[in-house]
Design a binder for this molecule. Sequence first.
Ligand SMILES: [Zn+2]
Length: 65
Amino acid sequence: MAKKIKCRLCETELDKTAVALTRKLLGLKATRFYCLPCLANYLDVTVDELLAKVEEFKEQGCALF
Ligand SMILES: [Zn+2]
């Protein structure tokens, strides 16, 4: 099975959404993953804004989600 990916900052185990979002926003070759709160902090947005992005990508039929 896929190995568990942890947030590089707080070591929270990441769910599929956080992994997909990191890939989408930081690039497919991202090697550093962040949980949603850390990603929001890193990108200087709110978690709610990230979740809105997730919905947007899903609606676009993004294969990552
Ligand atoms: Zn984190």
